[in-house]
Design a protein around this ligand. Structure first.
Ligand code: TRP
Length: 449
């Protein structure tokens, strides 16, 4: 790599190896979205039918947008704004894409809080404290209603910043190379445990046997939104990672591997959570409570539960941390690129700000600090609501318009053969932006079906 090209991301060592890139991208995609949000919304929107729609959305919209983001990153070889400006030759695209830098910054403010909860739960499960009282709901609300989540949020940001400071190849890549394969082994162990529980079959058929009458417009739109969230799209993550990808890497097969990887983790999460819930007669649609309340109840009632529970929360923490790492890299690359700051300084500044903004989020959700609830939603809920439902689809829309209409070199960078390329362009130009706008208007409450 020639060292004299403009932009901080050109430094040697700022490159993923081929397998490192795939693992890091899967690490970003696989997170609380797969193991906490996916089972909960699947439970809420009809089980297998929803799962099927999620797969369709991932293939039809998610993969084309994922490929578009990777191509923008590799073509531009810079942070999000730098890449948009370089590829279009217009400063205005830099301003438009700035949204994709703010979004991961603010997402981290609450995502890191939940990541912190999982670290806490891993520890209290291993020590057995989680199972002492038997009142899991009370224990969870006492925990999030106190100050302890702030400490764990701090720990989560500290670990994230430390990984980012190590740099792309030695930090992000090594971190993911260890945890992503480790994660799948832990999940398979837990899946075997879950599937052999008495009464597991009912949960299994809820998850895998579709009831098509449960498909509604709303559930289709939720499935689409979650495809974005789960693949880490619409917020510059995959653009930033794309900038570190080698020219020889096929982006098409990379996108396929990331999509397949993300799906496998969601599938495994479903194969753990639904059979377990069914076996213990627990509601599959209870949201945050599903992981932090129902599963501890299940673990507490099974042999070696403290061990299996600890293992589960540990892997949830790892999955969350590989995602927080990818989220923090976006503003860090921006600070480096735009202000010429060092990687360490950028990481320290971004992580400190995120920690501070996350504190009121952490305290609002359990009611520890008064006055942080507005219009029926806590500050934490507002962050999640606005970012997941509005900003993220908007970021995805910008990407499709940019690649479909503004950037002439997209074809070459994506490196697809003629037939695939035409299909991809059709998706990116027409199908994806229209569907994304529908999601956006729907989640903003402007249209109702
Ligand atoms: N995809 C991750 C998950 O499923 C979360 C995530 C990481 C994300 N980076 C992102 C979501 C960028 C949207 C955009 O938990």
């Amino acid at each position: 790599m020639s060292g004299h090209e403009a932009g901080g991301l050109k430094e040697s060592g700022e490159r993923f190896s081929s397998s490192g890139f795939i693992l890091a991208a899967i690490g970003s995609a696989v997170g609380l979205g797969n193991m906490w949000k996916f089972p909960y919304i699947t439970g809420l929107y009809g089980g297998a039918a929803f799962f099927l729609m999620f797969i369709v959305c991932m293939v039809v919209i998610g993969l084309p947008v994922l490929l578009a983001e990777l191509a923008i990153g590799r073509g531009g070889r810079g942070s999000v704004t730098t890449s948009f400006i370089r590829l279009s030759g217009k400063k205005s695209w830099g301003a438009i894409s700035f949204l994709s830098i703010l979004a991961p910054f603010f997402i981290l403010c609450f995502y890191s809080v939940v990541a912190g909860w999982t670290i806490h739960y891993a520890i209290i499960s291993f020590t057995g404290k989680l199972y002492a009282s038997g009142d899991y709901a009370g224990q969870f609300s006492a925990f999030i209603g106190g100050w302890l989540p702030v400490l764990w949020h701090f720990v989560s940001m500290l670990v994230t910043a430390a990984v980012i400071m190590k740099g792309v190849s030695s930090g992000i890549e090594k971190f993911n190379k260890v945890f992503i394969p480790g994660l799948i082994i832990l999940l398979i162990v837990l899946m075997i445990r879950a599937l052999t529980l008495e009464g597991a079959g009912e949960g299994l058929s809820f998850f895998l046997r579709p009831d098509f009458s449960k498909i509604t417009t709303e559930s289709a739109l939720v499935a689409l939104g979650h495809a974005f969230f789960s693949l880490s799209l619409g917020m510059g993550t995959m653009i930033t990672y794309g900038a570190y990808v080698d020219k020889r890497q096929s982006l098409g097969s990379g996108a396929l591997a990331i999509g397949a990887g993300d799906l496998v983790y969601a599938l495994l999460a479903g194969l753990i959570i639904f059979p377990t819930s069914a076996a213990f007669g627990l509601e599959a649609s209870q949201g945050p409570g599903l992981v932090f309340v129902a599963l501890p109840a299940a673990f507490g009632a099974m042999p070696f539960g403290a061990f299996f529970g600890g293992l589960f929360f540990l892997l949830l923490a790892f999955a969350a941390l590989t995602s927080t790492v990818s989220l923090l890299e976006v503003p860090v690359a921006f600070l480096k690129d735009t202000f010429g700051l060092s990687r360490n300084a950028s990481a320290a500044i971004a992580a400190s700000l995120i920690f501070l903004i996350g504190v009121p989020c952490a305290l609002s959700v359990g009611g520890a600090a008064p006055g942080l609830t507005f219009g029926g939603k806590t500050l934490f809920d507002w962050f999640d609501f606005i970012l997941s439902n509005i900003v993220l689809p908007l970021g995805g829309f910008i990407v499709t318009i940019f690649v479909g209409y503004a950037w002439k070199g997209a074809a070459e960078e994506a490196g697809l053969r003629a037939g695939w390329f035409r299909l991809w362009l059709f998706m990116v130009r027409f199908v994806a932006p229209i569907l994304v706008i529908l999601v956006l208007l729907y989640s903003a409450g402007i249209i109702r079906f």
